[in-house]
Design a binder for this molecule. Structure first.
Ligand code: TYM
Length: 333
């Protein structure tokens, strides 16, 4: 007898082209889960407005994000793909969950601390309650696993805590989700300051590689990556963060272990190594970029895929919201 597949859910903000960090930490892994799990992937536009966005840009970036996810291998025949604001149940559940989340626990979220320091002129309450909306995203679909990079672990754990608290107060309602974090690639670092996470909001463009960057640009960015002066390709995150970061990238791209990589570049300079890393990235991204351009040009396909995804997601989400509304005591006729 066929057993029911476990549910996977993840989301990504449409705030610009995805970085190599987004790809290796999350997006690249999502299609790999499609056969074993029942997968739902979401472009989280409602999360994006916690930081001021230009409306026309946000709309454009939402299409681009969806096209990039499809180009990366998400197959709408196997997985659900939709835009968060098309499924109003996310916002509905978020309100109920916010009444079951504590001010203190939200204050401890490192992403809130970082973002409020970066955007000191706009510390809006959405930025503060962002992890509650993320908990709603996850809990709406009975999610077992959440494939994310290391920086989102704390948010998934919070979703689990909120779910547990709700279940204790109102009886078993939510599945308790767990983060699914890749062994290598969970935290891709800046190419210029390798002790900082690679992020597209970095003011130095050389610090990140975008999935849409041309081969030339990718090569240049890797060639100017900050390393160290001892000239040995060796994995040592503490003392050689730059080289270790490049080794992590190369390892995910080629499937080679750190020991293999050390052997491969034994006695060779950093120049050769950096070129090899850049080439591995260029080769992996090329087919994704071609597919991205093809899909982005086919707006009708993109729209019908997202519409279909939203309809199916609404059906699942609506049942859960009704159940939650009943449990908390909202009158229903
Ligand atoms: P976001 O949009 O910032 O990033 C999307 C995914 O990319 C991962 N990531 C990285 N992984 C490795 N190294 C890096 N340098 C790096 N930078 C980003 C992130 O960990 C993430 O998995 N709050 C989420 C979006 C979200 C979500 C959800 C995720 C909203 N609701 C529900 C899962 C489930 C975010 O801002 O990701």
């Amino acid at each position: 007898m066929e057993t029911q597949k476990k549910r996977v859910f993840s989301g990504i903000q449409p705030t610009g082209a995805f970085t190599l960090g987004n790809y290796l930490g999350a997006v690249r892994n999502w299609p790999l889960l499609q056969d074993e799990y029942d997968c739902i992937y979401c472009v989280v536009d409602q999360h994006a407005i916690t930081v001021r966005q230009t409306p026309a840009d946000l709309r454009k970036k939402t299409y681009e994000a969806a096209a990039m996810l499809l180009a990366s291998g998400i197959d709408p025949q196997k997985s659900l793909l939709f835009v968060q604001s098309h499924v109003p149940q996310h916002a509905q559940l978020s309100w109920v969950l916010s009444c079951n989340a504590q001010f203190g626990e939200l204050s401890r979220m490192t992403q809130f601390k970082d973002k409020s320091a970066k955007h000191a002129d706009n510390i809006n309450t959405g930025l503060f309650t962002y992890p509650v909306l993320m908990a709603a995203d996850i809990l709406l679909y009975g999610t077992h696993y959440v494939p994310v990079g290391g920086d989102q672990k704390q948010h998934v754990e919070l979703a689990r805590d909120i779910a547990q608290r709700f279940n204790n107060a109102y009886s078993e309602t939510f599945v308790l989700p767990e983060p699914m974090i890749p062994k290598v690639g969970a935290r891709i670092m800046s190419l210029q300051e390798p002790t900082k996470k690679m992020s597209k909001s970095d003011s130095n463009e050389k610090s990140f590689v975008l999935m849409t960057d041309s081969a030339d640009v990718i090569m240049k960015k890797f060639k100017s990556a900050v390393t160290d002066s001892d000239g040995i390709v060796r994995y040592d995150v503490e003392n050689k963060p730059g080289i270790s970061n490049l080794m992590g990238i190369y390892s995910v791209m080629t499937g080679k272990t750190m020991a293999d990589i050390e052997k491969e570049f034994d006695g060779q300079g950093y120049g050769t190594f950096k070129t090899a890393v850049a080439e591995s990235v260029i080769t992996a991204l090329k087919p994704v970029q071609d597919e991205y351009n093809r899909i982005l040009a086919d707006k009708a396909y993109l729209e019908s895929t997202l519409k279909d995804g939203a309809q199916k997601a609404q059906y699942v989400a609506n049942k859960l919201v009704n159940k939650v509304y009943r449990k908390v005591g909202f009158a229903q006729f």
